[in-house]
Design a protein. Structure first.
Length: 141
């Protein structure tokens, strides 16, 4: 069975707003139950992941304008509340794609992770080369 690739807009949304599978699952869970507030601990149980990982995912989604926090620091909860209608539409499209074309969503997420890893390695290599060059110039000069 051949799966259709995700729409370019959805691929772009995933690349820019959802970096991990934990973020993806947290976002979709909160979107499905959009009026319910959840703590990181609750989400960790529902997704079967460590609380720290759930907290990181939720904080990242807040920073990207997809969730809002409620309550105080010791009892912070999170609710699905995209900053714009465009973000809401993208998440709804993602939810639909996740239900109907899950394999392509996972492939896109994996490809995005590999691209970030390659970019990070290239930046580290470039920085190391520039640092080495600067040291050599100081030594020669």
């Amino acid at each position: 069975m051949h799966q259709e690739p995700l729409a370019r807009e959805l691929q772009s949304f995933l690349r820019e707003h959802v970096e991990s599978f934990e973020q993806l699952e947290a976002l979709l869970l909160l979107c499905r139950d959009r009026d319910r507030e959840r703590t990181a601990a609750e989400l960790a149980v529902l997704l079967a992941i460590p609380v720290g990982m759930a907290s990181e995912a939720l904080e990242a989604l807040c920073e990207r304008g997809l969730l809002e926090t409620r309550g105080q620091a010791s009892a912070t909860s999170f609710v699905y509340k995209p900053r714009t209608a465009h973000l809401d539409a993208a998440v709804l499209q993602l939810l639909d794609a996740h239900e109907s074309n899950r394999l392509e969503v996972m492939r896109t997420m994996s490809a995005n992770a590999m691209a970030r890893l390659r970019g990070s390695a290239l930046r580290a290599f470039t920085a190391a080369f520039l640092l080495r060059k600067d040291k050599k110039e100081k030594k020669d000069g």
